[in-house]
Design a protein around this ligand. Structure first.
Ligand code: ASP
Length: 580
């Protein structure tokens, strides 16, 4: 062994011990003929002191050299309170260079001004920095807790294939050409969805996996082409069982990594979340729900509102307390443009201050209507009301986006809080304008609500499912559902999705057949591991929590993947690259 202690280990109580340490030279300082070296490894930094009789040993040693040092632990006269080992130093009597290092292209320090591309190209150097290292350690801690808690409750960890068949999670597949079966492709799993359901049919009862998933989607700040799910499935179970299990896992993770104990898991139906917050992942670190004020304006003197009500549209209002002074005219102009992104025509606003109204609809609305609104919303001096009159869904989403934006800008969000909520009873289908048909809102193995079974084929727009999400601080942390376990019901859902018998057989034949041999009722979830670790570590960049991430254009700057392959390899696979 190159060491008998790590660089984060030695304390005052070790005074006088002769020790051997190894690590990277984080810093080197010369003080006359004495040389101080900060020696770094994963566990910390220890100061090594080479006195005048030994400084020659390190005369050629530079930053990031890997060295092995032996010496005696001494107590420092001036302790360094910033280091856990700050009370001691190792007075060296020998040093061996294990590996020399070129000058690194970036400085290895907590703060770096290195551009992200450079950090990704030299990711192994970036990982030496505490901010990245600590996130990887946190990620490991999270998966360790997950494994422990789930094993305690009889879950078994099972690995499922990576070379697999297309799964319908709604994204594009990554494909792997087969050498043995010309013209055929494996698909990398978008999730282990079908496998985990087959494990339930196989009688495994409770499954989990820290599962790699692959989706060829356009990337965003919080997405990577390959990512990890804490994937779970339970037999003879329903929403109550899976919610309880997930809550237990979350409580353990938050307690052990953050010391947070009093987590709450309220439940909100999808329709209520849209109605109150205009989002299926509302950030509940602040409340500010939207209020439906349609009824108030059905006979309005303001034609825009009156017509909207007549046309069956909705008028939604959002109140921000004590915001009159904080929201300028310019801000309202900006918000008016902002809501157009969400297809709303305009944003109306009314300020109530010093017992008077002002704002964009102040003149258009007669005093009695404004007073009625004030009563209804219980307005107080300083309050601002924002309103959108539009198709219900448009008004909800647009105003929901305003809620989120102003919540952040007005400082309403307590960034030390963790607010979870279960969103339940998602729509069964959503209409795809692109494909001109109904598609699954979650995936096609999701069970409908019992009361909506009749609507499966006839009233897709109003058919709700037993799918749920867990949301944390406005981020979707997991999705899941109670599954269909009856092959006839499954056939109906495929039918409603417009899949032909042929397509069903090709895509899911093996899966459907399995349900004919006895399938237990089952349900599950896929928890986004990266997103969870991102929230725990306070970063909004997914790359920070992935050891070797890809860029936003799915490229690995370190290894240059994807890359061209030799003609031989293409020939083996019977592939030809088109030149256009
Ligand atoms: N496979 C689903 C997903 O990736 C999760 C689940 O339904 O368990 O979203």
């Amino acid at each position: 062994m190159n060491r008998d202690h790590t660089c984060g280990e030695l304390r005052k109580t070790d005074e006088g011990k002769h020790v051997k340490l190894a690590g990277w030279v984080a810093k080197r300082r010369n003080l006359g003929s004495i040389v101080f070296i900060d020696l770094r490894d994963r566990y910390g930094i220890t100061q090594i002191t080479f006195d005048e009789n030994h400084s020659d040993l390190v005369k050629d040693v530079r930053n990031e050299y890997v060295i092995e040092v032996q010496g005696t632990v001494g107590v420092k006269e001036n302790p360094n309170p910033k280091l856990a080992t700050g009370e001691i130093e190792v007075i060296a009597d020998s040093c061996r260079v294990l590996s020399a290092a070129k000058t690194t292209p970036m400085i290895i320090a907590d703060e770096t001004d290195a551009l992200e591309d450079l950090r990704l190209k030299y990711r192994y150097l970036d990982i030496r920095r505490n901010p990245i290292k600590e996130k990887l350690l946190l990620r490991d801690k999270v998966t360790t807790i997950v494994r422990r808690v789930l094993h305690e409750d009889d879950f078994v960890e099972v690995e499922t294939p990576i070379l697999s068949k297309s799964t319908p999670e709604g994204a594009r597949d990554y494909l792997v050409p087969s050498r043995l079966y010309k013209g055929r492709f494996y698909a990398l799993p978008q999730s282990p969805q079908q496998y985990k359901q087959l494990l339930m049919i196989g009688g495994m009862d409770r499954y989990f996996q820290i599962a790699r998933c692959f989706r060829d989607e356009d990337l965003r700040a919080d997405r990577q082409p390959e990512f990890t799910q804490i994937d779970m499935e339970m037999s003879f179970a329903d929403e109550e069982d899976i919610f309880a299990e997930v809550e237990k896992v979350m409580k353990a993770i938050f307690k052990e990594t953050k010391g947070v104990e009093d987590l709450q898991f309220p439940r909100i139906r999808y329709v209520d979340a849209m109605d109150k917050y205009g989002s299926d992942k509302p950030d509940l670190r602040f409340d500010n729900p939207m209020v439906n004020v349609t009824e108030l304006f059905k006979d309005s003197a303001f034609a825009v509102f009156k017509n909207a009500v007549e046309e069956g549209k909705a008028i939604k209002a959002l109140v921000f307390h004590n915001a009159c002074d904080k929201l300028s005219r310019k801000k309202f102009d900006e918000l008016n443009e902002f809501v157009k992104v969400y297809k709303a025509k305009a944003l109306a606003y009314l300020k109530y201050d010093k017992d008077e109204f002002s704002g964009s609809v102040n003149n258009a609305l007669p005093q009695e209507e404004k007073l009625a609104l004030k009563d209804f919303l219980k307005l107080e001096n300083g309050d601002v009301v924002l309103m959108v009159a539009d198709k219900k869904a448009v008004a909800e989403v647009a105003l929901g986006a305003v809620r989120k934006k102003l919540g952040e800008e007005l400082g309403l969000i307590d960034h030390n809080k963790y607010c979870f909520e279960w969103i339940t009873e998602f729509p069964m289908y959503e209409y795809s304008e692109e494909e001109n048909r109904w598609v699954s809102a979650h995936h096609p193995f999701t069970a409908p609500r019992d009361e909506d079974v009749d609507k499966l084929m006839s009233d897709q727009a109003n058919c709700y499912s037993r799918a749920y999400d867990l949301v944390l601080n406005g981020y979707e942390l997991l999705s899941g559902s109670v599954r269909i376990h009856d092959s006839q019901m499954q056939a109906k859902v495929f039918d409603a999705l417009g899949l032909s018998k042929e397509q069903i057989r090709n895509k899911f034949g093996f899966f459907i057949e399995a349900f004919e041999y006895g399938a237990p009722p089952h349900c599950g979830v896929g928890i986004g591991l990266e997103r969870l670790v991102m929230i725990l570590s306070g970063t909004d960049n997914i790359k920070d929590v992935v050891a070797f991430p890809k860029t936003a254009s799915a490229y690995c700057l370190m290894s240059d993947a994807p890359n061209y392959v030799d003609q031989d390899q293409l020939d083996f696979l019977s592939l030809e690259i088109r030149k256009d």
